[in-house]
Design a protein. Sequence first.
Length: 141
Amino acid sequence: MDTEGGWNLRLDHIAFAVKDLEESSRFYRDVLGLKCSRPEAVPEQKVRLAFLELGEVKIELVEPSAPDSPIARFLETRGGKGGIHHVCLAVEDLDAEMERLRAKGAAFITERPRPGSRGSRVAFIHPKSSGGVLIELCERR
Ligand code: ZN
């Protein structure tokens, strides 16, 4: 079995697409009792988002901030309903990880890493490479 790489990946967050960030965070904060971060805009991805802290792993609530946001399109395909959008794996070195995965045939949605939340760099593995699941890779500094 090929065990090269992969050992340094860990689950960072699971992202839920939401129509309304404030309304959704109210449920997680007031009903479930989770700690919710301040909303943050990521203009490069046309979203606003907030994190719910769950120990080592987080839930990310992502709201579209423009009609042509990928999240807006995702919500449209689901008849306006929110749902699980992607899972995110944290990596130490995003460029090296992209190179390693490309060498094994994985396709990425963008050629190069893009700015993510909280000063991170991110890249998304295309769902056609991963059996239909959108996987984000994230490098935090
Ligand atoms: Zn994410």
